[in-house]
Design a protein around this ligand. Structure first.
Ligand code: MIC
Ligand code: SF4
Length: 640
């Protein structure tokens, strides 16, 4: 067995005997972050449980920390009070980014973790089966319920050799993205093996697993070995370690070999993490902004490497450089070693330990700017500036370019590798309610400011309906297109308000049109191309469309987390039986259907009539009986 199969087998509750079959697994640990967490906890509350039942639930605040206006602060108060009441641990704003913190303080090899954030697989760096999910799925797991996945097929990435100076983990995952792309990998997991594994420290492994999310896979994992043990010991958690390795090299559906010694610095060019080019091919290009940090590249290893590269140097005059550590631990270590002072002297802007620039919460580049960033997504407009050209690079490439003022190959200016400390400084004082974790404080008041709204209620799926193709979009439409973050992020806890921005970057008229057709009793249909719903786990990309009367998404293909979110909010995620029908449907076409409940119940294809075009077309929903029941009931909350 490979590692993934071992962990799934050990956690299997029901179903699934092999790849492709739905399996219910027990979840040991849960994490939420604030931007998805308020809805997750509102849904948890509505389940009527008295406390968190999973082994561990941690509620992090890292996304909405800018606090312009009362909204973010209201969310924090709610999350803090609800954590206290129900027995979750609360990580205060300023403590750091959820994935970096979870790796440092809570992750355990061989355990399962789900998080209401697509980069939860960062935990795969220490051999956890860690997966992103919608908030309601996390709420169910917090309540002790299982999590459903398709038993994945496992891609084996065999690592040989060792990285050369100036080349790092980011380049490894960009190489994997160059091979597998950002679509077509649904239902798979990536497992890293081979002699090269031992040459990578835990933060490097975590970087690789983190950005595996951009492949669209369910998770990514490394074995748990001596390096993992030393990392956990250094975090004062040696007792959490256990070894984990595949039985042999044969349990993979595909094997891709990377010779780390031969790897060169890479970059993801605008506007997709799968658009890989070599740094040497863009070297010399003028750069306006460089942002270093995010859950992908903000470890002690990464930020110290940058500081060492900038030691005694200054950032180029026309370049703005911002640096955000991933956690308070990293920040403090930098400060204690005098490296914060190095960064300040070099002319960097020191940013808060939070998501910040990565999600466009601040630090948007100027018009047409070239921005080099060490995060994981460069979707158009995600930075907050539509015309900006965002390139994703390693911390080493970012630092070399900061000095040069143009894209620069870091290899000539590489520094010695950062050694892992024997003991990290441990200070858990910004994790609240550890003593009442799993128990809670019965009767504790839950604080609900005006920004805390309600979860919209679902209604049973209609058998027959008149509908309209409310929007038609192309391939690789991300959740950032469907439900933008950045300046709109603060409305996450207020669905009617946030719903005003559904598809804003694509078609700002969508909200008004969708609401108008809903009010006339029509169902709204979204027509989409390949890989619909890439990116974030935000269930708002299903919840807000549901609120606007969307009941069907008809696409060429749909990504895993988004598909699960659509089901959870009573929307049928379906694909064209004949992809040519995508071309025949026009935006605004009237569509009608009947016998839909019966088709769903029986798991058969659904025939829709394009009344405007005068033709019928068939769509299919590849759903388990459980998922079909959920949709028929009007979503997961309605079906519980
Ligand atoms: C992201 O990187 O897109 C986010 C913001 O972390 C999302 C979660 C969200 O939308 O709140 C994710 O990756 O799931
Ligand atoms: Fe935060 Fe960016 Fe990581 Fe998402 S990808 S969790 S926004 S740092």
């Amino acid at each position: 067995m490979n590692i993934v199969d071992k962990i799934i087998s050990a956690h299997r509750v029901s179903g699934g005997n092999g790849p492709g079959e739905e399996v219910a697994i027990r979840i040991d640990q849960c994490l939420t972050q604030d931007a998805t967490g308020t809805m997750a906890y509102l849904q948890f509350e509505s389940m009527g449980l008295d406390r968190v039942k999973a082994e561990l639930a941690v509620s992090y605040v890292d996304h909405n920390t800018v606090q312009v206006g009362f909204e973010n602060a209201d969310d924090h108060d709610y999350l803090q009070s609800v954590a206290k009441r129900y027995g979750a641990i609360y990580s205060k704003p300023g403590n750091g980014i959820c994935h970096q913190l979870h790796l440092e303080r809570f992750g355990v090899p061989g355990k399962t973790l789900i998080g209401s954030d697509s980069h939860t697989p960062t935990g795969g760096g220490i051999g956890m089966l860690a997966m992103g999910a919608g908030g309601i799925d996390v709420a169910v797991a917090m309540g002790g319920g299982p999590f459903y996945i398709k038993w994945p097929e496992t891609i084996g990435v065999r690592l040989v050799g060792s990285l050369r100076p100036g080349v790092s983990a980011k380049d490894v995952i960009l190489k994997v993205l160059a091979r597998y792309g950002t679509k077509g990998n649904v239902g798979k997991v990536v497992e890293y093996f081979g002699p090269g594994v031992a040459t990578l420290d835990v933060p490097s492994r975590a970087t690789i697993c983190n950005m595996g999310a951009e492949l669209g896979v369910t998770s990514s994992l490394f074995p748990s070995d001596e390096t993992t043990r030393l990392f956990l010991e250094a975090q004062g958690r040696g007792g959490d370690w256990s070894p984990l390795a595949p039985d042999g090299d044969s349990g993979y559906c595909d094997v891709f070999e990377i010779d780390l010694s031969a790897l060169e610095p890479l970059a993801a060019a605008p506007h997709s993490p799968g658009n890989i080019v070599s740094v040497s091919s863009i070297a010399g290009m003028k750069v306006n902004q460089i942002m270093i940090g995010s859950c992908t590249n903000s470890s002690y290893r990464d930020i110290k490497t940058v500081a060492k590269m900038l030691e005694g140097r200054r950032v180029a005059q026309d370049v703005e450089v911002g640096i955000a550590c991933g956690s308070r631990q990293v920040f403090k270590m930098l400060a204690d070693e005098g490296l914060l002072s190095t960064l300040i002297a070099a002319g960097c802007r020191i940013l808060e330990n939070a998501c910040g620039f990565c999600i466009g919460a601040h630090m948007s580049p100027s018009t047409n700017a070239v921005s080099l960033r060490t995060n994981n997504r460069n979707f158009e407009a995600r930075s907050g500036t539509k015309s900006a050209q965002v390139y994703l690079v390693s911390p080493e490439t970012a630092a070399a370019s900061a000095i040069a003022g143009v894209v620069a190959d870091p290899r000539p200016v590489a520094v010695a590798p950062v050694a892992m400390p024997e003991r990290f400084p441990i200070d858990d004082s910004m994790f609240l309610y550890r003593d009442t974790a799993g128990v809670g404080v019965p009767g504790a008041e839950i604080v609900r400011g005006p920004n805390i709204g309600k979860v919209p209620a679902g209604t049973p799926f209609p058998d027959a309906f008149d509908a309209v193709a409310a929007i038609k979009v192309g391939d690789k439409v991300t959740t950032d297109h469907i439900m933008p973050a950045g300046a709109r992020l603060k409305f996450r806890s207020n669905v009617p308000q946030y719903a005003k921005y559904v598809f804003e970057p694509v078609d700002p008229t969508f909200h008004d049109r969708a609401l108008a057709s809903k009010e006339t009793g029509k169902v709204n249909v979204i027509v989409a191309g390949e890989s619909y719903g890439q990116g974030s786990s935000r269930e708002h990309a299903a919840m807000c469309p549901m609120y606007l009367g969307v009941r069907l998404v008809v696409a060429k293909s749909i990504e895993r987390i988004h598909k699960a979110n659509l089901v959870n909010f009573g929307i049928i995620p379906c694909t064209f039986a004949d992809q040519k029908d995508y071309d025949r449907i026009g935006m605004g076409d009237e569509i009608s259907a009947s016998g839909v409940r019966q088709a769903l119940e029986g798991g058969s294809d659904i025939v829709l009539r394009d009344v405007t075009g005068g033709f019928e077309f068939t769509v299919r929903a590849d759903l388990s009986p459980r998922e079909r029941r959920t949709i028929l009931a009007g979503g997961l909350l309605a079906s519980l």
